[in-house]
Design a protein around this ligand. Structure first.
Ligand SMILES: Nc1ncnc2c1ncn2[C@@H]1O[C@H](COP(=O)(O)OP(=O)(O)OP(=O)(O)O)[C@@H](O)[C@H]1O
Ligand SMILES: [Mg+2]
Length: 444
């Protein structure tokens, strides 16, 4: 992409309405534009990152054996009356009436709809286990939408639902989700810690929230500092292996880590004092086993091998896809702008031409651009007639992790400069070496 042809409406001024860094930076970098309170248009740069995050979620869900589909945003109130949640949900639900006076709603989540799909088509234990998921816009009429995409009213969420014959099988599905979530967040360059959460009216121990530590987080969290040393890394896992998935759950949830809703001072006191931490966190996902709550209310039953009819065991598992942009930026920025982790960066690297119109510089930049594209990479070439300072400021603001700078002085000795956005370190090298290096970084 050539910056002169792109749509990147960066702002010079810091928007007054934005209280936290990620919100400010997303507005300044021309990633989003507020349409109304808690509702945003995703401008090209923001849209690109949203799609990258979505893609990682898809890949990791499918790696775990979960099946993608798509349900609509608008739902009929009928199903929610069956589960009893139409009245229980409260003012967060956006209720709509169509021209035939039918009650509709903009889905805040999809348990009812997926249970209806399941009960319409699945009748036998032979079709289990089954986990379906989708990534779709949700609407919750939050009292206080704020912090940009972090707490929106319209937001993009992955929600998955498992259907299993027994509680044991459903807990394996729960563990698979935990593993796949750990992998997903790490690929996004994030550490998200599973913390014991509140099961709400259904209760039970089988819910964890994934929290990214950040001062601006809305949740207060308490944890054993040892937990931040854990990494899933690139280990192989067999998602069908009950033992392997259970072992990961135990590894990542045996130390104290809870949100304020489940925090217990007495239990926390058992953690050695020097390891006790109190901090704030951003909830980027939640997994939940809730048993037969919906299957009983809505008649989602299957026949067992013995011919008995039993309600299926279910769980639901969410990732806040649009919130993740905010969380990643909170965790990775500096005073000059965003610093994208390689896994989600909107462009793999920036190319800055210090003397646009100089035939050597232009030719070198074009060669770089073409070579990177030929490797399957997606560079952003700043080919505008602008001062070097302005070009660097834009690159720093939008946070591409690598920048190649091409100038007439370097070209005389056959070098360009490769700069790491995070460390600020620059290295001179030949054009070919720079192309190779970027290729290595992205393993292409
Ligand atoms: N208003 C929102 N804006 C953006 N993302 C959201 C919002 N509400 C929830 N999410 C994301 O969707 C994920 C799954 O939804 P879930 O139903 O668990 O949300 P929640 O627990 O109600 O969230 P919160 O406690 O932050 O209101 C959350 O972990 C979060 O990352
Ligand atoms: Mg939650």
């Amino acid at each position: 992409m050539r910056l002169s042809r792109y749509f990147l409406p960066v702002l010079k001024e810091t928007p007054a309405e934005a209280q936290i860094a990620s919100h400010r930076l997303m507005l300044r970098a021309g990633m989003i534009k507020q349409a109304s309170a808690g509702i945003y248009s995703w401008l090209p740069l923001g849209f690109k990152v949203l799609k990258k995050i979505e893609q990682i979620v898809h890949e990791e869900q499918q790696r775990a054996g979960h099946i993608p589909m798509l349900m609509p945003t608008l739902q009929s109130a009928e199903l929610w009356r069956e589960s009893g949640r139409y009245d229980a949900y409260g003012p967060e639900m956006l209720r709509i009436r169509d021209r035939h006076d039918r009650d509709m709603l903009y889905g805040p989540t999809n348990e009812e709809m997926i249970t209806d799909i399941f009960r319409s088509h699945v009748t036998s234990y032979k079709d289990l286990p089954l986990t379906l998921y989708h990534i779709q816009w949700k609407f919750r009429d939050e009292v206080r939408p704020r912090f940009g995409v972090m707490r929106g009213r319209e937001f993009y969420m992955k929600d998955g639902y498992n259907f299993d014959l027994t509680k044991e099988d459903a807990l394996h599905a729960y563990n698979r989700h935990l593993v796949s979530y750990l992998r997903s967040y790490e690929r996004m360059g994030l550490q998200a810690i599973p913390m014991r959460a509140d099961g709400g009216p259904i209760g039970g121990d089988y819910t964890h929230e994934f929290l990214v530590l950040a001062e601006t987080g809305e949740s207060e969290v308490f944890y054993d500092s040892e937990i931040t040393d854990l990494r899933f890394g690139d280990r192989e896992i067999d998602y069908d292996s009950v033992e392997q998935c259970q072992a990961v759950l135990e590894e990542f949830t045996s130390r104290y880590a809870r949100t304020d809703e489940t925090h217990d001072e007495a239990v926390f006191a058992e953690v050695p004092e020097e390891r006790r931490r109190t901090a704030r966190g951003i909830e980027v996902g939640q997994i939940f086993y809730f048993g037969t709550k919906y299957s009983e209310a809505m008649g989602a039953v299957v026949s067992t091998a013995e011919g008995e009819r039993v309600p299926v065991h279910m769980g639901s598992h969410g990732i806040g896809v649009s919130r993740l942009l905010g969380a990643i930026i909170e965790a990775s920025h500096d005073e000059n702008g965003i610093i994208w982790p390689e896994g989600v960066t909107p462009f793999h690297c920036g190319i800055v031409n210090l003397r646009q119109g100089d035939s050597d510089c232009d030719a070198a930049c074009e060669r770089l651009e073409q070579a990177l594209i030929a490797k399957g990479l997606d560079p952003l070439y700043d080919d505008r007639e602008e001062r070097a300072g302005a070009k660097f400021a834009t690159m720093d603001l939008i946070g591409l992790p690598w920048r190649i700078t091409v100038g007439p002085r370097g070209l005389k000795t056959g070098v360009v400069e490769l700069t790491n956005r995070r460390t600020g370190e620059s290295e001179e090298m030949s054009l070919e070496a720079a192309i190779d290096r970027i290729g290595q970084i992205y393993s292409v």
